[in-house]
Every structure is written in structure tokens, then in C-alpha cells.
Design a protein around this ligand. Structure first.
Ligand SMILES: NC(=O)c1ccc[n+]([C@@H]2O[C@H](COP(=O)([O-])OP(=O)(O)OC[C@H]3O[C@@H](n4cnc5c(N)ncnc54)[C@H](OP(=O)(O)O)[C@@H]3O)[C@@H](O)[C@H]2O)c1
Length: 259
């Protein structure tokens, strides 16, 4: 795949994540063209990846690439599809990174162009430690399909999943880090405020978190048995509220993405 020209329509966060991961893996395509309506976003991206070409808001160059990423939010992607279609080549593959728009909706928006793929990236792809579920239309087959999956495997796990599950993964694995990262930050700051050196905190917390994950998912104990291992829970008073927020907010978001 690295010998193909790759176009990104949208040069924001997810594009930065994917390029960062491919760069780290030594799997950056030779030619990368990025469009975005925001010149500041493009300048920032070029600062990080000096080898890329940026082309302002004009989608013609990225949409004319071999692999064309739709890195836009769902409300922007749908309206952008007809203009993208004008520049797609018969051998192009269009890869949407957005939830909500199905493979069928993408193909319809692209006036019947069937070589479409959906990938829901996870931010840890920037470290090649992502979990990036993917669904491909049957029109992307054989060695081309295998090559695409191998390329995405450079960013971490890229399991093929039923398309109707992608919105659930968007909430679990794409947005999932946001449920925890601010808590890591708060805990690190609290640790430093207790007089621990930052390096000590940054050694201790990842080990604690990795161990907590392994104990929860891999110890063979039930969730209740795991949570009963520690009798003192200083944040227990907030737990009910947090559980309620998970159930209501995430269920509502899932509903919205599936509607
Ligand atoms: N970030 C993640 O971790 C992640 C993970 C999985 C999936 N995704 C998906 O990836 C998509 C993009 O997300 P993001 O995080 O990269 O968002 P983002 O950082 O906001 O980037 C989107 C960029 O697209 C620009 N844009 C809007 N309309 C455009 C158009 N017609 N042509 C070219 N550029 C246009 C936006 O400019 P303005 O700000 O000026 O509108 C913005 O710079 C979304 O569908 C999101 O759900 C993101």
C-alpha cells in the first residue's frame, strides 16, 4: 500500500493519528496529499510531517489518489461525497473514518462507487498500539483486501467486524480513551502533590493501570470478585453517578449514531 498515493480529505486529529502511526511503523506511503478547509490545521500537519503535500480546501488531488481517506465528521462527509466522486479513479479505494455513514450510504453518496471501506481508528494507533475495527465492501477483494488489512495492522489490531457493530466500537474503542485520560491526569497531579517525583508517578501509574486491566480481564475472577479485592474505595460515593452517566450518555450517543 505504501507505493500508492494516499489522499486525506480532512487533516485534523485522526489524520495526525494515522500518519503518526504509519511513520512510527516505517509504513508511510511515499506520496501523501491532504486537504482541509482550515489552513492552520494543514500548516500544523505539515510541520509534523514535512514530506506531505497540502492543498487547501480543494479535494481534487486527495480524492484522485489510490487510497482516499474521508477524515471528516459525519455531517461534513455526506455533503462532501459528490465532489469527492468527481475525482475518484476506478482503481481508487475510499476509506471512511467516520461513524454513522454506512457502506451503502457511502456508495450511494459516491453515485454507486462500490470500492468503499470503513475503519474506526483508535488514538493509540499513533503508537502502533491501536484497536481499529474495519469493514470492507465485497468490491475490495483478494490481494488488495489482504494488502489493506496488512497495512492497517501496522497501527495495531485491525479486526474485520460486521459493519453494524462499528458504531458500538466508535463509542467503546475510538472515544473510549476520553473516559479515562482525564482521570490519569488528575491522579498523576494528585500523586505529585503528595511529594512523589513525576518520574516515579509516571512509572507507577502505567504499571498500576496495566495490572488493573489484566486483573479485571484476565485473572479468571468475576468482575465482582475483582472489585472485592480492595475493601477501601475512596471514590465510591461518585460511582453510582459515573455508572449512570455511562448508561445514559453512551446509550443516547449510540442511538444517535445508528439513526
Ligand atoms: N480523533 C479520533 O480519535 C477519531 C477516532 C475515530 C474516528 N474519528 C473520526 O474521524 C473523523 C474526523 O475526526 P477528527 O478527530 O480528525 O476531527 P477534527 O480534528 O475536527 O478534523 C476534521 C477536520 O476536517 C475539516 N473539514 C471540515 N469540512 C471539510 C471539508 N469539506 N473538506 C476538508 N476538510 C474539512 C475540519 O475543519 P473545521 O474545523 O474548520 O470544520 C477539521 O480540520 C470524524 O468522523 C471522527 O468521528 C476520529
Amino acid at each position: 500500500m505504501t507505493d500508492r498515493t494516499v489522499g486525506f480529505i480532512g487533516g485534523g486529529r485522526v489524520t495526525r493519528i494515522l500518519l503518526g502511526g504509519f511513520q512510527r511503523a516505517g509504513a508511510l506511503p511515499r506520496r501523501i496529499v491532504v486537504s482541509d478547509t482550515d489552513a492552520v490545521v494543514l500548516d500544523d500537519l505539515r510541520g509534523r510531517f514535512p514530506g506531505i503535500e497540502t492543498v487547501g480546501a480543494d479535494v481534487s488531488a486527495p480524492a484522485g489518489a489510490g487510497l482516499v481517506f474521508g477524515a471528516l465528521h459525519p455531517p461534513d462527509l455526506g455533503p462532501a461525497l459528490p465532489e469527492i466522486r468527481r475525482h475518484l479513479r476506478p482503481e481508487s479505494i475510499f476509506i471512511s473514518l467516520a461513524p454513522k455513514l454506512t457502506l451503502a450510504a457511502l456508495a450511494a453518496g459516491l453515485a454507486g462507487f462500490a470500492r468503499v471501506v470503513r475503519l474506526i481508528p483508535n488514538a493509540a494507533s499513533i503508537l502502533c498500539a491501536g484497536f481499529n475495527p474495519i469493514s470492507l465492501s465485497p468490491a475490495v477483494a483478494g490481494e488488495e483486501r489482504a494488502g489493506l488489512l496488512r497495512w492497517f495492522a501496522a497501527l495495531g489490531d485491525a479486526p474485520e467486524v460486521p459493519e453494524e457493530e462499528l458504531e458500538a466500537y466508535a463509542i467503546l474503542t475510538a472515544m473510549g480513551p476520553t473516559y479515562f485520560w482525564y482521570q490519569f491526569q488528575e491522579l498523576a497531579e494528585v500523586g505529585c502533590s503528595f511529594g512523589l517525583r513525576r518520574e516515579a508517578v509516571e512509572q507507577a501509574l502505567p504499571r498500576m493501570l496495566e495490572g488493573a486491566v489484566r486483573t479485571y480481564f484476565s485473572s479468571g475472577l468475576t468482575p465482582d470478585q475483582v472489585m472485592d479485592l480492595i475493601p477501601v474505595k475512596p471514590l465510591e460515593a461518585a460511582e453510582g453517578q459515573v455508572r449512570e452517566v455511562y448508561r445514559t450518555k453512551l446509550a443516547a450517543l449510540h442511538e444517535k449514531l445508528k439513526s
